[in-house]
Write a protein that binds this ligand. Sequence first.
Ligand code: CA
Length: 227
Amino acid sequence: MVDAAEKVVVVIEDDPSIADLVDLYLREAGFRVLLADNGRRGLQLIADHHPALAVLDIGLPDIDGFEVCRQIRTTSAMPVLFLTARDGEIDRVLGLELGADDYVTKPFSPRELVARVKAILRRGTPVETADPRVLAIGDDVVVDLARREASVRRLPVALATKEFDLLAFFARNQGIALSRRQLIDGVWGTDWYGDDRTVDVHVRQLRKKMGDELPLATVWGVGYRLG
Ligand code: CA
């Protein structure tokens, strides 16, 4: 469960009626909320307070939300939830070259927004129904399921198909010790009759390619655990 207490969320939105609504619902859910009505002020709040997450409008009076996100990403892998108003914006958010974690489309239900914020912050436990497009592993590793891209500290890592599938499976089941059989069933399929050592070979490759930033532990007598 997310302990919302003491978690800070920065909301960057120039429309005061929307900002007030988001502020109200997030505070009701137990978050500390800091509001910015332009991009530069938002970046300053993020630099000063290191929030758990940013809610980011795209149409802002100074620099737009895409640029704000780009600047956040130069220093941080913190989650970003976009507020989008138009189809064209959604397309760009879905392009995800910015590393957005999720988005909601205006007009949105404030309850849904709070649920999305909680879901993003809850990552690290299995997420089966939310179908997030991007999973974060710690602060440095990002797995983009839609684009099938993995990155370490924003640098893309070239993975073979099954290596990516294995990483994605681990990312969806963070904190859980998984047996080689579970990994084979989840990644190669239950009708695959290969050797368990296939898992070990792929894990070795993942460790080599992703480096020490990937917190993938061997659980003796069981298998492996991410995080
Ligand atoms: Ca706006």
